[in-house]
Design a protein around this ligand. Structure first.
Ligand SMILES: *Cc1c(COP(=O)(O)O)cnc(C)c1O
Length: 425
């Protein structure tokens, strides 16, 4: 057993998260002195004795309480794997979470978490736009289990939340507020603390209302929902945390009490991340701060360039929010950086946006985001294609809108690429 708190200190000095990314959660003595954790490519684990196996199962199945110094034994990789556990411990650091569960995709994390806590007749409310997979889960899948999923436009903010909760007996049945902030692709912000206040006011001793935040766009560096009172933080680790566009993974972070419940469902759904994915995530976490800070800096150059361009109608970028804008007040309260997601409207419509996308030479035309390379896409016909046109417009997704995930290239090169591509508009 290693001492989690001791690992975070040198004497009284508290070690910063970026320094912990090369070691936290792993001790070389476990693996022949290997500086990096090996990939534990095994489905099952050999017990030292039948008695040890029995004890492991007693703890895993909750047949008895764990003894004070007892650690859960390794049984089978659907329940746990050393690589998975190291990744989870390390992932808790940036968000200051007590526990984390890592999954084979962001959607596995979201669906497993939601189905852990929601029951028939419960209500979940969520602002839109929201990630397409989450939207499908809420609108199409949850109702089949008798769960009412209620959406509101993110632009209405907490007023919209109050509005939809005032209808019928929804407030009494409310079980979860699920927010993705900033929203994709418009960067609309939702006030996390205000959502928490509504959740606390709506629940009671019997019925705890959970606030779950999809923190994929800014986290884990630039937004820390647990510190703002949220109960659960969700990630597509495919994006910034994975960061190299070479893996699919997801995460759920929060108190040990809640995450342990999620892990029970995960064991039964079989949605845990495998050894290879876990190992790739450890590799990625080492450079997370370097990548995200470089991407954020680049995004500012690119956004400023776009703002001044005559063929660009509008730029949605958190770093451009101005004093006096209610969105800026939320930004100042809950974000510590503006991230690297930009969307902008070219003058014209879909044809002009397509001409720009087709002319890009360095920036790749692809969905997904958060990787080392810059990616551009057309939300209206790609990531948000299944949102009806009138809803798209209500959310600010116009035919002229292009989304860019800014990578770690030299900003001059990104601007040169956009410059020549904009000539085609
Ligand atoms: C990509 C994404 C997801 C889904 O994650 P996968 O890893 O693709 O399953 C969920 N939420 C947001 C905000 C995303 O960008």
């Amino acid at each position: 057993m290693w001492d989690k708190e001791k690992k975070k200190h040198i004497g009284d000095h508290e070690v910063k998260p970026e320094s912990l990314m090369m070691s936290y959660g792993y001790t070389p003595e476990w693996s022949e002195g290997a500086a990096k954790p090996p990939i534990f490519q095994t489905s099952t684990f050999v017990f030292e004795s039948a008695e040890a196996g029995k004890a492991f199962f007693e703890v895993a199945y909750g047949l008895r309480e764990k003894k004070p110094a007892e650690t859960p034994g390794l049984i089978y990789s659907r329940l746990n794997n050393p690589g998975l556990e190291i990744t989870e411990d390390r992932l808790t650091v940036w968000d200051g979470a007590e526990a984390a569960a890592v999954f084979e995709s962001g959607m596995a994390a979201i669906s497993t978490t939601v189905l852990t806590f929601l029951r028939p007749n419960d209500v979940v409310v969520f602002p839109e736009p929201i990630y397409g997979g989450t939207e499908y889960l809420f609108h199409e899948v949850l109702p089949q289990f008798g769960i009412e999923a209620v959406c509101l436009p993110a632009t209405e903010g907490v007023k919209g939340l109050e509005r939809v909760l005032a209808e019928g007996d929804r407030r009494k049945r409310l079980r979860m507020i699920f927010v993705e902030t900033p929203a994709n692709p418009t960067n609309a912000l939702m006030d996390i603390e205000a959502c928490v206040a509504i959740a606390r006011a709506s629940g009671d001793g019997e019925r705890r209302v959970l606030v779950a935040v999809d923190n994929t766009f800014l986290g884990p560096l630039f937004q820390h929902p647990l510190n703002l009172g949220a109960d659960l933080v969700l990630y597509s680790l495919t994006k910034y945390v994975g960061g190299h566009s070479d893996l699919i993974a997801g995460g759920c972070l929060g108190s040990a009490e809640l995450v342990d419940q999620v892990k029970v469902t995960r064991t039964i759904f079989g949605t845990m991340a495998g050894p290879w994915t876990s190992w790739l995530l450890l590799r990625s976490l080492e450079t997370l701060k370097l990548r995200m800070t470089s991407q954020m800096k680049n995004a500012r150059y690119v956004a400023d360039y776009l703002l001044d361009h005559s063929k660009v109608e509008r730029v949605h970028y958190l770093g451009h929010l101005q004093e006096g804008d209610p969105q800026f007040e939320i930004y100042r309260k809950q974000c510590v950086g503006s991230g690297a997601m930009i969307s902008f409207e070219v003058r014209g419509g879909e044809a002009e946006a397509f001409r720009l996308l087709n002319a890009l030479k360095l920036i790749k035309l692809a969905v997904s985001l958060g990787g080392t390379e810059s990616l551009a896409e057309h939300p209206g016909t790609m990531t948000h294609a299944d949102v009806p046109p009138e809803d798209q417009l209500r959310m600010g997704i116009t035919p002229a809108l292009v989304r860019i995930s800014v990578g770690i290239e030299h900003p001059d090169d990104l601007i040169a690429d956009l410059e020549q591509a904009l000539e085609n508009v």
